[in-house]
Design a binder for this molecule. Structure first.
Ligand SMILES: NC(=O)c1ccc[n+]([C@@H]2O[C@H](COP(=O)([O-])OP(=O)(O)OC[C@H]3O[C@@H](n4cnc5c(N)ncnc54)[C@H](O)[C@@H]3O)[C@@H](O)[C@H]2O)c1
Length: 271
């Protein structure tokens, strides 16, 4: 069980995910790919689910070859509950079980509040908040059926703790929702041996947010944007693997006594 007392385990055993099965939503690129890479390196077999099917397939192929694990890929839209249920069922059936689910897929369009439509608001919430709820629900159903417990990790954001930048009202609202959901699901799923944790990154350059920054008017010659990158007290900008290692900690037995928390992965930005 993912909540078992593990103080007699060696460090190598604690961090190992060998024999565990994971799903990473939005795992084809960006933070999701970095997360999937560390989970695979730790020995997990996994499914990369992403709306970009071709990219998911190439990421899965890369990880299987590099780490010698089983890595499957599938088209997945986290706004479509049937699609999410299929991925959870497929992971359990084809990999033989499901113990780790990372709700990483997310969108972050920047639209000033006075111009923001209800459609934009609904779309952001459908992916970031409802997608996390549905993903967790389907994962928990499979984990409960498997009887071994499990861990659900939600990729939040420092925008789940405070306002972010102009234009991100829907994003900030959705990430606050995910942080609240993380706490509530932790209470409700603990009796099933399922832990729920959040990881909240500050700005990390990825394919997705570089495109979003340019769309929001940031100078393409100032990429990654210096004001976002170098204000962290830690003295450098974050990279995807900074976030992936913290997700690995959450997914592994290293964090067996934790549930409900959202860990800041922010170089001290929120300190
Ligand atoms: N990069 C950052 O600075 C940062 C900071 C805080 C939080 N986050 C969060 O991290 C997560 C990943 O962000 P990223 O920067 O890697 O973005 P990204 O755009 O590079 O990657 C997101 C992935 O999710 C996929 N995706 C989008 N909509 C989907 C859907 N409906 N169903 C399935 N997959 C879908 C995309 O195809 C893509 O592969 C998001 O939840 C984001 O809010 C990112």
């Amino acid at each position: 069980m993912s909540t078992a007392e593990v103080s007699n385990s060696s460090l190598a055993e604690l961090v190992s995910l060998r024999g565990r099965r994971a799903v990473v939503t939005g795992g084809a690129r960006g933070l999701g790919k970095a997360i999937a890479s560390r989970l695979a390196e730790a020995g997990a077999d996994l499914v990369i689910g992403d709306i970009e099917e071709g990219l998911a397939a190439s990421t899965a192929g890369e990880l299987a070859e590099r780490y010698g694990v089983r890595a499957l890929s599938t088209a997945m839209d986290v706004t479509d509950a049937a699609s999410v249920a299929d991925v959870a069922a497929r992971a359990a059936a084809e990999l033989g079980g499901l113990e780790i689910w990372v709700n990483n897929a997310g969108v972050f369009p920047a639209v000033p509040l006075l111009e923001m439509s209800e459609e934009t608001w609904d779309q952001v919430f459908a992916v970031n908040a409802r997608g996390t709820f549905v993903g967790a629900r389907e994962a928990a159903r499979q984990m409960a059926a498997g009887g071994k417990g499990g861990v659900i990790v939600n990729v939040v954001s420092t925008a789940g703790f405070r306002g972010s930048a102009p234009g991100l009202a829907a994003y900030v609202g959705s990430k606050h929702a995910v942080r609240g959901l993380t706490r509530e699901m932790a209470l409700e799923l603990a009796p099933l041996g399922i832990r729920v944790l959040g990881v909240a990154p500050s700005f990390v350059p990825t394919e997705g947010n570089m495109l979003a920054a340019v769309a929001a008017g940031v100078d393409p010659d100032d990429m990654p944007p210096t004001d976002l990158m170098f204000t962290a007290p830690i003295g450098r900008g974050g990279v995807p693997d900074d976030i992936a290692r913290i997700v690995l900690f959450c997914a592994s037995d290293m964090s067996a006594f934790m549930t409900g928390s959202t860990l800041l992965a922010d170089g001290g930005t929120m300190a």
